[in-house]
Design a protein around this ligand. Structure first.
Ligand SMILES: [Zn+2]
Ligand SMILES: [Zn+2]
Length: 208
């Protein structure tokens, strides 16, 4: 019998300016456990820096955690980039660090951006606002992700902002993707038809 896995490949920790400060690593894993998830990906905006702590404590919860992030491209398209190990995560983090615009965060307005340890103690705060687009095209981000053997998945394609279809209107031929992500309540059939998405392209659903 084929075993089925439940996965949520789009989750934010406290590091994301939009996320609740209560979204500590153990809270996040406890919630994932309650939802009977087997696999999750940590995908904060333009940062992978809280992946490590979640992976460190994930074994206690029996959950597999993928390294990831939700990159905002030059076109203001959000995409999930997922990596299998810490080396490729590090390499991708360097890529982000070299491009992230150094525009200071405004915590009162956007929210705090803490990197935390397993006790949810703040190790450091990212000074630059993580919600900005990197001055790099979606295609270049996809190519670099694939160079690191990662998966590249345009995020929440059914949303009216920051999605592949809201920003570009179509899937460019030269853009190599490993699937597309829909929001939780999206109607998969409707979206496939609406954007003429080929049946070879897998669609996944995620919470964010
Ligand atoms: Zn997004
Ligand atoms: Zn998100």
């Amino acid at each position: 019998m084929m075993r089925r896995f439940r996965a949520d490949l789009h989750l934010h920790t406290v590091l994301s300016p939009c996320a609740d400060l209560a979204m500590s690593p153990d809270q996040l894993l406890a919630t994932a456990k309650r939802k009977e998830l087997d696999i999750i990906a940590i995908t904060d905006h333009n940062s992978t820096l809280n992946c490590k702590v979640v992976r460190e404590i994930a074994a206690d919860f029996g959950i597999v955690v993928l390294n990831g992030c939700e990159v905002n491209s030059q076109e203001d398209v959000h995409a999930l980039c997922l990596f299998e190990d810490d080396h490729t995560r590090d390499e991708f983090q360097k890529f982000i660090d070299s491009y992230l615009p150094q525009i200071p965060n405004k915590p009162d307005y956007y929210g705090y951006q803490p990197v935390v340890d397993r006790d949810n103690q703040i190790i450091t705060e990212i000074p630059w606002y993580l919600g900005n687009g990197l001055p790099v095209s979606l295609e270049e981000i996809a190519d670099f992700t694939h160079y690191l053997n990662g998966l590249f998945i345009p995020a929440h394609i059914d949303r009216p902002i920051n999605s592949l279809f809201s920003q570009l209107g179509f899937l460019p031929k030269e853009l190599k993707i490993d699937g597309m992500q829909l929001t939780r309540y999206a109607d998969e059939k409707h979206i496939r038809k609406l954007y003429d998405i080929h049946s070879d392209i897998s669609l996944i659903k995620a919470s964010a």
